[in-house]
Ligand binder design. Sequence first.
Ligand SMILES: NC(=O)c1ccc[n+]([C@@H]2O[C@H](COP(=O)([O-])OP(=O)(O)OC[C@H]3O[C@@H](n4cnc5c(N)ncnc54)[C@H](OP(=O)(O)O)[C@@H]3O)[C@@H](O)[C@H]2O)c1
Length: 356
Amino acid sequence: MDLLNSVLNWVVPPASLVMMAFAWPALTFITGCEWLYNTFNSEPMEDKVVIITGASSGIGEQIAYEYAKRGAKLVLVARRDNRLRLISENARHMGAKHVMIVAADVVKEEECRRFVNETINFYGRVDHLVNTVSLGHTFYFEEVTDTTVFPHLLDINFWGNVYPTYVALPHLRQTNGKIIVNASVESWLPLPRMSLYAAAKAALVNFYETLRLEVDHEVGITIATHGWIGSELTRGKFMVEEGAEMQWKEEREVHVTGGPVDDFARLIVAGACRGDAYVKYPSWYDIFLLYRVFAPKVLNWTFRLILPTHGGRRTSLVGTGRPISEGYGRPLFEGSPPRKLPSTFAPQSPQQLKME
Ligand SMILES: NC(=O)c1ccc[n+]([C@@H]2O[C@H](COP(=O)([O-])OP(=O)(O)OC[C@H]3O[C@@H](n4cnc5c(N)ncnc54)[C@H](OP(=O)(O)O)[C@@H]3O)[C@@H](O)[C@H]2O)c1
């Protein structure tokens, strides 16, 4: 068996690459034809019902506007209902047929059940579920002194997608609906100081790839794996409002220009309506997947060259509780040390508002 595997290790990768090289033109042609067909038969969203979680900022907000322009009925979900109110106004001006806003914490199954039930009671159906909740971080793993941040990051970035999906799935089956997932290129191209975020995104992609096999003919799944997009998350998520559970400012050592959020939102909604399995932005990142599989050392060398090493850190220790006096240099951004997370988090006024 070992011998067989040793032989296959040498034979299968080059043979597959050669085969792919020959098949590439035909595959590209078929994909192009499919894309064209689906573009002309894109799902009309007029009067369709779309739930968007994480709609109070960034990509979620812009996705709401894209569906609004297509005349959909929206359910906007996040914890900051003051932001949702503003966004619902904008969405209505842009053409949304109706907007309902729900202040809810998607990490809690019962709150997800609440906003899905409210949607069904009010609209009678749900056609698309768009998951965009997330929380990023920028610390080296061993800097963490308060480990309560671990489950919290996984809760928002992983379970915060799974619970709404679980609750909405029976309704999505009835409408042959779609689930749209915001993963990240970091699901397979991890960067230092984002270990838990990258792990959660990888888990998310594997979860939805598996779910796709289980529900393929009834519910479509579009996975977006994007790189750098300008948003609250990339500008420095700063969650210090009442009820917020932590305060981390996002800071980057390498300054990369972010693609415009609204362009990306347009791509994602168009991709979902076309029934695309993936939306990638920018798509040239895909080439790194080849390096990841066939030449991981090249990626490691490159990252070591362009990113600060752990030893030479000049990082903010925000969110780790580690004092600056330990000799790590002044932080580029400063913030309070993390507060102890409450065991249960509820928005201050978990009210639901319906707006015509
Ligand atoms: N921006 C990028 O460059 C980039 C790159 C790759 C992937 N992504 C992914 O794209 C998606 C959107 O990112 P973004 O940049 O738009 O992020 P963002 O601006 O930080 O928005 C995150 C949203 O999640 C909501 N949220 C967080 N925790 C929640 C909870 N427990 N319950 C309900 N809502 C919650 C926030 O609203 P409240 O605080 O009001 O609850 C906010 O609306 C994320 O999945 C992110 O990982 C972004």
